[in-house]
Design a protein around this ligand. Sequence first.
Ligand code: ZN
Ligand code: ZN
Length: 172
Amino acid sequence: MFLDLTDLSLRGGERHERTCPIDVAPVVLGVVSYQVLLPEGATVTVDRVAGGFLVAVSMEARVYGPCARCLNEVVLGIHAEEQEFAPTAKDGWQETDLSTFIKDLVVDVSGLVREALVLALPAQLVCAESCKGLCPQCGADLNAGECGCDREECDERWEKLKGLRLKDDAGS
Ligand SMILES: [Zn+2]
Ligand SMILES: [Zn+2]
């Protein structure tokens, strides 16, 4: 959705606030896709300040995705917010200083919301800090119990491989 700041007819010091329902397309980080819902929508506030508008979005989001270790579905509640300044006159402003989601005083609210969410997402989700993950050999969920594989040996082999790779790097 788009919000035209000039339509708000705000005078200096005035504030406009509204809550918008917004559908967020899945956020893909690396090879993992996260579903994001905004049950209460996103709150947009616009303050008329000297020289322009302060535009802020804030939201409580529910993020659904696989645990990075055991792949079980995780639901995480996060708070995301972002604030941008939109100058009424572009003079003296570099294009790079300005939000790519505000063009000619029209705010791409969905774009701003999405950027805020991506920045607020943790690098990876885990179902619990204590999650034991999957057995690298048989793929069993180790939270459900031991699978009986001898993983010590496996780890050792990985350590050796890592050592080899380091030596290669140093030689080249
Ligand atoms: Zn897990
Ligand atoms: Zn196993």
